[in-house]
Design a protein around this ligand. Structure first.
Ligand code: C2E
Ligand code: CA
Ligand code: CA
Length: 541
């Protein structure tokens, strides 16, 4: 197609060039004819004394030089035509050659662009686009041939750690080795793709029994178990495999890949390291997915609200402060608990809009309380992603300046697991905020994978014992021991202790006996709106 268009264009150009040169040749012919006429007339005047037809005939017959002159237009005409054709064809050939060259280069560039669009340049494996395309095609052919189809997502869980330790070049080497090992265990050629920074996809189209996938998942695990050698050092990776099969788990690419992602999450907590998608365990139900798309608008539409729950100093019975707890006042579903959307907001990065909203609102409320002379310390929850956002200190400083609060009015609650995901960076952010006066509380203590080493390194003010231990201290000897020991540990580290989930007077008495500093829980009050909390404050004796 392109070739025929180019050829037509080329012959048009040759015609154009020829006509241009022919025009010049024609001018030459006309000048030559004019020269003959002038020359003949002048000779006639010289020889016969007049310019007449008879005179012209006489000089033409007598003067042989004029014959030569007569030939010139024919010579010009012929030479013009000949050279015009030659020049035009030479120019045409030159243009053709250069066009061909350009076309080859363009083709190479198009091929290169196509490759970049469809491949991962580090591993040379198909990328997400090509993988989705292949799955879509496979689905069509499965529908026709009634064969089985499965997608396996292989995630390298500790890849960020590897990257941070080794840097880009060496972690690229590991990625290449990973892709080679995956290709080696995969039964079908070309079925492995790299669909994200640390996630590979495997498409299986020719198997007949589900147990074959089981075996493949195990083979993948053991292939990746052996350490990877980079710069004479051995590195181990930790992988998870999430599996879906068509048509049981979805009938289009998006549904299948999304559910393979869910299976991947299930695999993270499965001891085998791999898991099949299961609708019962799918936390990403349709309601949640629609909720996420609505959460974006909820912030703009002012549907988020902060509730406050009191914290009381056990010894004095005085109010210590309040914890800000987020709620979503949904127009259809009513009041939605943060447990239903915070985790998902973290996954979809919407948390980067939620946290600033929470900070702004809680700082505003804190400013109002302090203006009214109420000396309350306001606890604000930060999520895992927040602690890894290097801009957080600047965001907080900006909001503090805009709302006029002092950092010492605020206690930022963080969790062990959010710190432990990337301790170095989290610690850096915590230290930056601590330096300018913000205090930190370790929330849900005892539920994560506690690292006493980090606990000591962190500039904490408070340790919050998780309510799962507190609510059972009266009935469970174990929990009572844990709570007591945690209080002692915290005090030895110079930290104050808050027990959350305090639901009765008896629990407060027990906590007091253990030397716990602060209590928070339904026994004091349930979380309530800013207005209701003010009312509750006013009603307090
Ligand atoms: P959390 O920080 O551990 O908050 C304490 C949770 O325990 C609150 O649930 C509170 O309502 C509940 N609670 C308080 N006292 C009692 C009690 O005596 N008995 C029982 N059974 N429960 C009690 P809530 O408000 O549903 O919050 C759940 C979690 O959501 C919070 O746990 C926190 O991790 C997260 N969250 C809440 N607000 C925010 C926020 O603004 N940002 C972020 N990132 N996370 C938030
Ligand atoms: Ca909390
Ligand atoms: Ca807590």
């Amino acid at each position: 197609m392109i070739l025929s268009v180019t050829n037509t264009l080329l012959s048009e150009n040759v015609k154009l060039l020829k006509s241009e040169v022919s025009k010049t040749a024609l001018q030459g012919v006309l000048i030559a004819i004019a020269a003959i006429i002038i020359g003949t007339c002048f000779s006639s005047l010289l020889i016969t004394g007049e310019i007449s037809l008879a005179g012209i005939v006489i000089v033409q017959k007598q003067n042989s030089v004029l014959w030569v002159l007569d030939c010139i237009p024919f010579i010009f005409g012929f030479w013009g035509q000949y050279s015009s054709s030659m020049i035009a064809y030479q120019a045409g050939a030159l243009v053709f050659e250069q066009t061909e060259d350009l076309r080859n280069k363009t083709n190479d560039l198009v091929k290169q662009a196509n490759y970049i669009n469809t491949h991962d340049l580090v591993t040379d494996l198909p990328n997400r686009n090509l993988f989705y395309d292949r799955v879509a095609r496979a689905i069509i052919s499965v529908t026709n041939n009634s064969q089985l189809l499965a997608i396996l997502l292989v995630e390298i869980e500790n890849f960020k750690e590897v990257y941070d330790t080794l840097g880009r070049n060496s972690s690229d080497v590991i990625l290449k080795q990973l892709s080679t090992r995956l290709q080696a265990v995969s039964p079908e050629q070309d079925c492995v793709a790299k669909i994200d920074g640390n996630v590979f996809g495997i498409l299986l189209t020719s198997f007949t029994d589900i147990s074959e996938i089981d075996r493949l998942a195990q083979a993948i695990q053991s292939a990746l178990e052996k350490p990877f050698m980079v710069e004479r050092l051995a590195f181990s990776v930790h992988s998870n495999v999430g599996i879906v099969h068509f048509p049981e788990h979805g009938d289009d690419v998006d549904a299948l890949v999304q559910r393979a992602g869910v299976a991947l999450e299930l695999a993270q907590s499965a001891h085998k390291g791999y898991a099949f998608y299961s609708p019962e365990l799918d936390k990403h139900s349709t309601k949640r997915l629609t909720l996420m798309s609505e959460l974006r608008r909820a912030i703009e539409r002012n549907e988020l609200v902060l509730f406050y729950q009191a914290k009381m100093t056990i010894k004095t019975g005085k109010l210590y402060g309040a914890e800000a707890l987020l709620r979503w006042q949904h127009p259809i579903h009513g009041l939605i608990s943060p447990d239903e959307f915070i985790e998902m907001a973290e996954r979809t990065r919407l948390i980067t809009q939620v946290t600033p909203w929470v900070l702004k609102q809680s700082f505003q409320d804190a400013a109002q309380w302090h203006k009214q002379g109420k000396d309350l310390k306001i606890s604000v929850n930060l999520s895992t992603k927040d602690l890894h956002d290097p801009e957080l200190p600047d965001v907080i400083t900006g909001i503090a300046a805009a709302t006029g609060i002092k950092p010492e009015w605020i206690m930022l609650e963080i969790t062990e697991s959010s710190v432990m995901r990337d301790p170095e960076h989290a610690l850096e952010i915590i230290k930056r905020l601590h330096k300018i006066g913000y205090q930190f509380s370790m929330d849900d203590f005892g539920t994560g994978y506690s690292s006493l080493a980090y606990l000591k390194k962190m500039p904490l003010t408070e340790l919050k014992i998780d309510r799962s231990f507190v609510s059972d201290i009266l009935s469970s000897e174990n929990d009572a021991v844990i709570v007591n020991a945690t209080i002692n540990l915290a005090h030895n580290l110079g930290l104050q202790v808050t027990a959350e989930g305090v639901e009765s007077k008896e629990i407060i008495d027990k906590l007091s006996e253990y030397g716990c500093d602060i209590a928070q829980g339904y026994y004091l009050n349930k979380p309530m709106s800013f207005e209701n909390f003010n009312q509750w404050l006013a009603d307090r004796p």
